[in-house]
Design a protein around this ligand. Structure first.
Ligand code: GTR
Length: 407
C-alpha cells in the first residue's frame, strides 16, 4: 500500500514537471511548468525576503552583469557638470540634453513626481538626429501632476541598429571609457563589457543626478520609462540604480520583460536579437543562444531586481515579436517576491489592443498605476515601505538600499 502511494505521488510529480511547453502557453502554465533539467533559481519555490536580500539578489544582479548587459564600468564622472538643461562631461565632450515640462504648481515647496523618458528615436544616420518619439501625451502627463523629463539615447551612445562589426559607428561613452575617444569605432570588448543598453542605463542615472539637483522635482518619486530597446534599458536602469522609485517597460520583449521559458513560437529569440543587435548586450550573451527556455535567470528575475520598488510592464496584443503573453508571464512569476514583501500591488501590467507601439493609452495606464503609489498622500509611501522592509528583515541584518545610489 505504502508503495502504491509512493508510486502515485511520483507519477503526479513527474506529470507536473514533464508537461511540455506549448508554443503559446498561457501565463499560468508558463510559471508553473518547470521542465526537468532546467536550472532555475527558485525551482518553483517563492523566495523569502531574507533569502533575496541576503545573497540571492546580489547573485542575480551579478548574473545579468556577466551574461546579459555587461558590467557598468563607470558611475558619476569627475568632470560631470550639471547645467540648467544638460549634464555635460568636459573630458569626453559628451553632453546629455534634457527637456523638462513641469505641471502647474511645481516648486521647491511642492516637488512633483517625475516620468523620466529615455527616448531611443533617431540615430541610424550620423549626426544622430534628436528625433522624438511620436505622440507622447505631455499635456496629459503634466495635467495629472507629473513632470515629464526627456533625453535622447544618442547623446550618450549612438542608437544604431548594429555596429556593423563595430567598425563603422562611433561608440560614444563606451569608446571614451575604453580608449578615451568617443568617436572611436573598433573597440575590443571583453566577454562582460557593457553594450549600448548598459550605456543608455548609465545615461538614465546621470539624468537622475540632474533631477536630484532640481528642487521642484521629487527625486524620491521618479519613474524611468522606455519603449522597446528603451524598455529593456528602463528595467536595467532600475535594477542597478536603486534611486529610481519605479520602472516602466513597454513592449520590451526579448532581453527585457519577456520570459524566455514562455516564449511564443513567433517571438524574438536570443539568437535573433544578437544577430540584429549584438551591440546592445555583452559579448558573453552569445553563450545563451538556443537556451531561451532554460536560462538560469530569466526576465522574471530582472523584474525581481527592482522589488519592492514599483515595476510596471506594458504590452501590445499584436506585438507577437515581443510576446505579450511572455511579458505577462514574467510579471506573474515575479509577483511571488512582491508577495513575500507583502507589497503585491506594487507590480502591474496591462496590454493595449494593437501593435508594437508606445501609445497615449499606455501613458494613461502608467499614470493610473503611479497615481496609486507615487502620489501624496500615498497609502504606501517610501517611509512606510522602509518600515515594512525593516519588519520583514531581522533588525540590523542588512542596510536598506532604497534611495541609495550604487553607481
Ligand atoms: C525590434 C527588436 C526588439 C525591440 C525593438 C526596438 O525589432 O527585435 O528587441 O526592442 O526592435 O527597440 O526597436
Amino acid at each position: 500500500m505504502k508503495n502504491h502511494i509512493f508510486f502515485f505521488a511520483l507519477v503526479l510529480e513527474t506529470a507536473a514537471f514533464a508537461a511540455p511547453l506549448s508554443t503559446t502557453p498561457s501565463p499560468v502554465d508558463c510559471v508553473r511548468v518547470n521542465p526537468a533539467g532546467i536550472k532555475r533559481l527558485w525551482q518553483g519555490i517563492s523566495p523569502t525576503v531574507k533569502e533575496w536580500e541576503q545573497g540571492k539578489r546580489t547573485e542575480t544582479l551579478e548574473w545579468f552583469k556577466e551574461n546579459q548587459f555587461g558590467r557598468t564600468p563607470i558611475g558619476r564622472l569627475k568632470d560631470q557638470k550639471i547645467e540648467e538643461s544638460a549634464v555635460v562631461f568636459e573630458d569626453s565632450g559628451i553632453r546629455i540634453n534634457i527637456t523638462c515640462r513641469l505641471p502647474e504648481g511645481a516648486s521647491a515647496a511642492n516637488p512633483v513626481p517625475v516620468f523620466l523618458f529615455g527616448d531611443h528615436r533617431g540615430g541610424n544616420k550620423p549626426p544622430y538626429a534628436q528625433e522624438e518619439y511620436p505622440n507622447i501625451p505631455t499635456n496629459a502627463i503634466t495635467a495629472r501632476g507629473y513632470a515629464y523629463v526627456r533625453w535622447n539615447f544618442n547623446d550618450v551612445c549612438p542608437n544604431v541598429s548594429n555596429w556593423g562589426g563595430m567598425s563603422r559607428w562611433p561608440m560614444g561613452i563606451i569608446a571614451w571609457q575604453a580608449v578615451g575617444d568617443k568617436t572611436a569605432t573598433n573597440i575590443v570588448r571583453k566577454a562582460n563589457s557593457w553594450g549600448t543598453i548598459g550605456a543608455w542605463a548609465w545615461g538614465n542615472s546621470r539624468v537622475m543626478d540632474w533631477i536630484e539637483t532640481r528642487p521642484e522635482l521629487d527625486a524620491k518619486r521618479v519613474a524611468v520609462v522606455g519603449h522597446s530597446r528603451g524598455g529593456k534599458t528602463a528595467l536595467w536602469t532600475a535594477a542597478q540604480d536603486e534611486r529610481f522609485a519605479m520602472a516602466v517597460s513597454n513592449g520590451s520583449g526579448c532581453g527585457g520583460a519577456s520570459l524566455g521559458r514562455a516564449r511564443g513560437a513567433k517571438a524574438e529569440s536570443i539568437k535573433a536579437i544578437l544577430k540584429n543587435f549584438p551591440n546592445w548586450f555583452c559579448p558573453a550573451m552569445a553563450n545563451l543562444i538556443g537556451r531561451d527556455a532554460e536560462l538560469e535567470h530569466d526576465a522574471d528575475d530582472l523584474l525581481r531586481l527592482i522589488a519592492p520598488r514599483l515595476v510596471y510592464v506594458g504590452s501590445g496584443s499584436e506585438d507577437i515579436w515581443a510576446g505579450p503573453e511572455s511579458e505577462k508571464a514574467a510579471v506573474d512569476s515575479a509577483r511571488d517576491l512582491y508577495r513575500a514583501y507583502k507589497l503585491e500591488e506594487r507590480i502591474g501590467y496591462h496590454c493595449h489592443k494593437g501593435p508594437h507601439k508606445l501609445l497615449p493609452v499606455d501613458w494613461e495606464k502608467f499614470m493610473d498605476f503611479a497615481d496609486i503609489h507615487m502620489k501624496k498622500p500615498s497609502s504606501r509611501d517610501s517611509d512606510q515601505i522602509e518600515g515594512m522592509m525593516n519588519s520583514a528583515l531581522e533588525k540590523g541584518e542588512r542596510e536598506l538600499t532604497i534611495g541609495k545610489n550604487p553607481l
